[in-house]
Design a binder for this molecule. Sequence first.
Ligand code: ZN
Length: 256
Amino acid sequence: MTSTLPSSFSAATDSPTVVPETVVPESAPLPVSLRIRQRLDAAGVPYLANDNIAEQLRDGEMDQLEIEVAGKVRELLRSLVIDIDNDHNTEETAERVARMYLHEVFKGRYHHQPKIASFPNVKKLDEIYTVGPISIRSACSHHLVPILGNCWIGIKPGERVIGLSKFSRVADWVFSRPHIQEEAVMILADEIERLCKPQGLAILVKAQHYCMKWRGVKEPQTSMVNSVVRGDFRHDPSLKAEFFELVKQQESMLGT
Ligand SMILES: [Zn+2]
């Protein structure tokens, strides 16, 4: 009997042969993402979804990554049985998605932290203040769909101060990665502590998760609220209460 199975199918299992991604013809250059991962492994640098790897990237590699990712998205679309060769709407989707991931929605993984100048707290300011709402845009690590919401930051100044708009910049950079909300807030707190070493820091995030709105349980109104309090906000309950009261006032000013 003549087999009609394509040669890539194993007669024993009828399943496609899976080629491990690390097996590449000797003459072919390694994919850029593999070269970067090998470098990160050798340096012991973690590259989880919400880590930043900008320090480990070399000149020209972002352009090469863009080409590699676009190729993989093209294959994803083909696997979803979308006729990208004849569909004028999806013709260049792969390139758009690659640019969007690498330079917009996940830029916080590949781009350096925006330059943020801090200044000595010469007047020894020690009254608390809050900044917010700061819009946050992220994506859940589990489904890669949007997490959209607002964030409030409370500061009791310490050694150094930074401009108010800088909180938005650092929050945007931290949130522009695949995340789970609980970890995102901790990472943002670490970065702010590093930038201005406050005596106290409080962060509140309220966000809607599209993996709950758009899919899954399809709950359009549910939001997740979480917070982190450090330093004096943690040790002094009245300071912590003052932060949440100030946030409430800022929210009511917006009518939200
Ligand atoms: Zn999700």
